[in-house]
Ligand binder design. Structure first.
Ligand code: NAP
Ligand code: ZN
Length: 350
């Protein structure tokens, strides 16, 4: 089936209209009409080949919310009309130890990304949510509550789970002092979740002007990382740091913020990092860890938590023909706090 989409034909081209092929609904598949798709900084990284692994055309988008239009003969539990979500993965081997533990994102045979993954059915590579429709194996489709504002749910499928998973894995709890580094799409969800888990949340930002917003989102304090005196005042005081900075940066000032035995999780910089001083970790038995999105069951748990606690993303709606401008703004850290594409605009643009 031919479907309208938007994508990049090369690392230097704009995101522009394209037509892509979607498979017919297989026995275990769910066909979805996409209503909204969030814009993740990873979309920009992949479209511009920042990580050196892009396959073109790149059709980005892995924060998908829409309605089921068709289900395969063996699908149970979903029916046409259901409100559903699709995040960063559309398949995995389902038989390795990681998949068995519900950690499909770490599939030992390679999970299939929603875009730029190996398409096991059609061949070639997968295309993401900047498109009218998607067909996905039922195991990778999430249930979305209609209690929440649908357009503001889309970013939960990546920004939400990517921040929820490490906060849960590292057992962030009431009273912990948690720093969220970088107030963008991921960071603003990190602040909301850490606050909802009862932590004392400090927004660590390069943009002093975002301070008021950070407090509205749930931060108790704001720390401007460019202010050396302010950083020094917080030395050795954090139980946990969630670092969403999208590019390589000096880790030493953040390591200095950690308490003894505390952990900083890196989710942002998927690239070589600058060196850091070993003593920063050794003196205090500190840890630096990484984390990739979250498993399917955990993503459902996060969506259910959000429905119960009324948590959604703060979104700025855009039409798909302004996506290149949204990328420019995202690159300048000018996002409040997630762009979401209203996919009705795709039909209008077609
Ligand atoms: P975003 O909306 O652009 O936000 C990033 C924020 O980081 C900016 O708003 C800015 O906040 C801060 N920042 C930007 N450049 C910086 C620099 N040079 N030094 C210090 N701070 C800087 O991006 P996002 O969508 O949240 O994504 C963040 C990163 O996570 C991206 O690299 C993305 O690819 C990655 N990601 C990883 C996973 C995973 O599974 N691990 C999943 C999704 C995304 P302030 O203005 O507050 O400083
Ligand atoms: Zn993402």
């Amino acid at each position: 089936m031919q479907v309208a989409a938007y994508g990049a034909k090369s690392a230097t081209s704009d995101i522009e209209p394209l037509t892509i092929e979607r498979r017919q609904t297989g026995a275990h598949d769910i066909a979805i009409d996409i209503d909204f798709c969030g814009v993740c900084h990873s979309d920009l990284h992949m479209a511009r080949n920042d990580w050196g692994v892009a396959m073109y055309p790149v059709v980005p988008g892995h924060e998908i919310v829409g309605r089921v239009t068709d289900v395969g003969a063996h699908v149970k539990g979903f029916k046409p009309g259901d409100l559903v979500g699709v995040g960063c993965m559309v398949d995995s081997c389902q038989s390795c130890p990681s998949c068995d533990e519900g950690l499909e994102q770490y599939c030992e045979n390679g999970m299939v990304g929603t875009y730029n993954g190996d398409d096991k059915v059609l061949g070639g590579h997968t295309y993401g949510g900047y498109s009218g429709k998607v067909v996905v194996n039922e195991k990778f489709v999430l249930r979305v509550s209609d209690k929440l504002e649908t357009k503001a749910v889309a970013p939960l499928l990546c920004a939400g789970i990517t921040t929820w998973s490490p906060l849960r894995h590292w057992n962030v709890k009431k009273g912990d002092k948690v720093g969220v580094v970088g107030l963008g799409g991921l960071g603003h969800m990190g602040v909301k979740f850490a606050a909802a888990l009862g932590a004392h949340v400090v927004m660590i930002t390069t943009s002093a002007a975002k301070g008021e917003d950070a407090k509205r989102l749930g931060a108790h304090e704001v720390l401007v990382s460019k202010d050396a005196d302010a950083m020094a005042a917080h030395t050795g005081s954090f139980d946990f740091l969630l670092n969403t900075i999208p590019v390589k940066h000096d880790l030493n000032p953040y390591i200095a913020l950690l308490k003894r035995d505390a952990t900083m999780v890196i989710v942002g910089a998927v690239e070589p990092l600058e060196g850091f001083h070993g003593a920063g970790l050794i003196m205090g038995r500190k840890r630096i860890a990484g984390s990739l999105i979250g498993g399917i069951a955990e993503t459902q748990e996060m969506l259910d938590f959000c429905a119960e606690h009324g948590i959604t993303s703060d979104v700025e709606m855009i039409n798909i023909d302004t996506i290149n401008n949204a990328y420019e703004r995202m690159q300048k850290s000018d996002v409040k706090y997630r762009f979401v594409i209203d996919m009705k605009s795709l039909k209008a643009a077609a």
